[in-house]
Design a protein around this ligand. Structure first.
Ligand code: GLP
Length: 260
């Protein structure tokens, strides 16, 4: 795992945006795994800047969402499908039809989850998966206790996650209890995982995921099992990392040819 401690979210956006741009430059038909929440927004802004400057086209890219709320109409502003349409598609040349999400409107959610897994596989798998982390250590919506081998399925949110996400809704009551999320096992099949976390509220979750034991109680710790995982954090989110000095030194002396 590579841990990069940056000065702030904007620097993280440029760094990770650069990795996405390099991937798409090398493979214009790359498959991106898109995350929601506030953390990846800086990456989407950076991709938009590169697109406006004429340096990036996502016209041939395919994308898969990590997770989605169950029970919100598709056009609800807080549905993750709407979020990606607003934060990314509206700013770059990524076609709406190229972005897939679990079909949470289906009458048969179990079948819809299995179909989503098949769609990801049919696309050849995800090349680069963006991730955030919940204050309880979740990735996607894999709450503590999620099997490290789990696949796309319905989950129930913890109180902590519903409270964290209530800021996006008019009230706590409006935050859905159920979601569909790619499983930890699904996420681990992406070829490159890039997790972003900012702010002191994430410090404990980041420390547990990066330096704690690998455990279903901290789904983010599954990144330790992945051969190519990058964690990009600001100083407050890095505050609980014992090896912060080593990560800084490694980054400062990284061979320039290596990339993220
Ligand atoms: C939500 C999403 C996660 C995200 C997490 C953190 O629960 N399902 O994918 O990582 O929130 O969000 P934020 O980046 O806003 O802190």
């Amino acid at each position: 795992m590579e841990v990069v401690i940056v000065d702030g979210p904007d620097e993280a956006g440029i760094l990770v945006g650069g990795a996405v741009a390099a991937l798409v430059d090398a493979t214009p038909t790359a498959v991106l795994g898109l995350a929601t929440g506030s953390s990846p927004v800086v990456v989407y802004r950076d991709l938009a800047r590169r697109h406006v400057a004429g340096d990036l086209s996502l016209a041939r890219v395919q994308a898969f969402l990590l997770d989605e709320y169950v029970g919100l109409p598709p056009d609800h502003p807080q549905s993750y499908r709407s979020f990606i349409a607003r934060e990314l598609e509206a700013r770059v040349d990524l076609a709406d039809a190229a972005v897939q999400a679990p079909d949470i409107q289906s009458d048969d959610l179990v079948a819809a989850c299995a179909a989503y897994e098949r769609e990801i596989a049919a696309a050849g798998g995800v090349d680069l998966q963006l991730l955030g982390i919940g204050t309880d250590g979740h990735i996607g919506f894999n709450e503590p206790g999620s099997s490290l081998a789990s696949r796309t399925r319905i989950k129930t949110l913890t109180d902590q996650t519903r409270r964290d996400n209530a800021r996006f809704f008019a009230s706590l009551d409006e935050v859905p209890r159920h979601v569909v999320t790619q499983g930890v096992g699904t996420i681990l099949e992406a070829r490159h995982l890039v997790l972003l976390a900012f702010g002191a509220a994430k410090a404990a979750a980041v420390a547990a995921a990066v330096e704690g034991p690998v455990t279903a109680m901290v789904p983010g710790s599954a990144l330790q099992l992945h051969p190519h995982a990058t964690v990009v954090v600001d100083e407050p989110a890095a505050a609980g990392l014992h090896l912060a000095g080593y990560y800084r030194e490694t980054w400062a002396h990284k061979p320039s040819w290596q990339g993220l």
